[in-house]
Design a binder for this molecule. Structure first.
Ligand code: PLP
Length: 379
């Protein structure tokens, strides 16, 4: 069906220009979540090396036994400050943060209302909890309101949504969601993996972009994308919630502490973002350049103003063959097909980074136009 996923092997650091194993130097990379180019930023790497030397390779322990170092506490405090929240708790990944939160917070008396296109880790986290489950149509506020009315009989209601949706590059209508949450006395949870560091004037995320920083209760996000790209995730929000997670959240209680090098890299990435908003702002014009040139060439790009730019193709084989042909022209992109996206909605997901040059973007558009014509995706 054209849905088999093989892995290409990279023989260099992550960045806009890659070397592939077995040849292929100078490949232009358009599919990392390295939105700000911090994955290979010299100061981030130096901070990682220094923290590795000072604090060791790892803790060989979970946090509550002998796995909490001063750097873990410092990073949690920094994350909370970055998001203007009371407290934060680290996990080995955001997948773990999402796996831990719903079960720890919600009981069979409660309800969770989830966007149907939420990330797999939110879906799995919700599966693990015993709350009553409602799934509303993607970004459909009428449907969310109807589900909130139905859920009024439960003790506590939690609306859960991605801030920015990773497959479509669209942004949740958080203003409307928060208004409905107020009306029906619900809490709002957002997954900010594809927003933290670069959406909003200071890169705080979707809640900053849409003016609802004081209305969203809980944020889960990752250190493994814009914030240095190594690994790690977190929950940030009210202190009593974070206290509860430290006692109850299973991926936190039963999994190793975040390695010091990873902590050092993420802490430096946050420092860079808090020193100035220039990095956070650096990507918007490039995203705009790619989206407008591709649209002018005749492609359909899903989403709104987000560096995730899905080139919609429909057919899984077409997406896969076009991605291979792009690579033969020196452009690294990947086709996404079922089960990662719904059947019949295959696409090539292009991701723009602050470290792409205008020439890189123009080369990518030219290659897409040639390949698209060759395979009949363009007239
Ligand atoms: N949530 C969203 C929306 C994601 O895109 C991802 C990663 O793909 C995750 C959670 C998981 O993040 P991590 O890689 O930190 O486990």
């Amino acid at each position: 069906a054209g849905t088999w996923k093989s892995e290409r092997v990279i023989a260099s650091r992550q960045g806009p220009h890659l070397r592939l194993a077995g040849g292929g130097a100078g490949i232009l990379n358009f599919c990392a979540n390295n939105y700000l180019g911090l994955s290979s930023h010299p100061e981030v790497i130096r901070a990682g090396v220094e923290t590795l030397e000072q604090f060791g390779a790892g803790l060989s322990s979970v946090r509550f036994i002998c796995g909490t170092q001063s750097i873990h506490k410092d990073l949690e405090e920094k994350i909370a400050r970055f998001h203007q929240r009371e407290d934060a708790i680290l996990y080995a990944s955001c997948f773990d943060a999402n796996a831990g939160i719903f079960e720890a917070l919600l009981t069979p008396e409660d309800a969770v209302l989830s966007d149907e296109l939420n990330h797999a880790s939110i879906i799995d986290g919700i599966r693990l909890c015993k709350a009553n489950k409602y799934r509303y149509k993607h970004m459909d506020m009428q449907d969310l309101e109807a589900k909130l009315q139905e859920a009024q009989k439960h003790r506590l209601r939690l609306v859960a949504t991605d801030g920015a949706f990773s497959m479509d590059g669209d942004i949740a209508p958080l203003w409307e969601i928060c208004q409905l949450a107020e009306k029906y006395e619900a809490l709002v949870f957002i997954d900010e993996c594809h927003a933290t560091g670069f959406l909003g004037p200071n890169g705080r995320g979707t809640d900053e972009l849409l003016g609802v920083m004081d209305k969203v209760t809980i944020i889960n996000s990752t250190l493994g994308k814009a914030l240095g790209g190594a690994a790690g995730g977190y929950t940030t929000g009210p202190k009593p919630l974070v206290d509860l997670l430290r006692q109850r959240s299973r991926p936190y209680l039963f999994s190793n502490s975040l390695p010091p090098a990873v902590v050092g890299c993420a802490a430096k990435a946050l420092d860079l973002l808090m020193e100035s908003n220039a990095i956070a702002q650096s990507m918007a014009a490039k995203t705009q350049r790619f989206r407008s040139k591709m649209t002018a060439a005749g492609f359909t790009i899903s989403g709104q103003d987000h560096p995730i730019c899905p080139v919609m193709l429909g057919d899984a084989r077409l997406a896969s063959v076009m991605a291979d042909d792009m690579l033969s022209r020196g452009i690294y992109v990947i086709g996404f097909s079922y089960p990662v996206v719904p059947k019949g909605k295959a696409r090539i997901r292009v991701q723009i980074s602050a470290v792409h040059s205008d020439e890189d973007i123009d080369r990518c558009v030219e290659a897409f136009t040639e390949v698209g014509r060759k395979h009949g995706a363009l007239p």
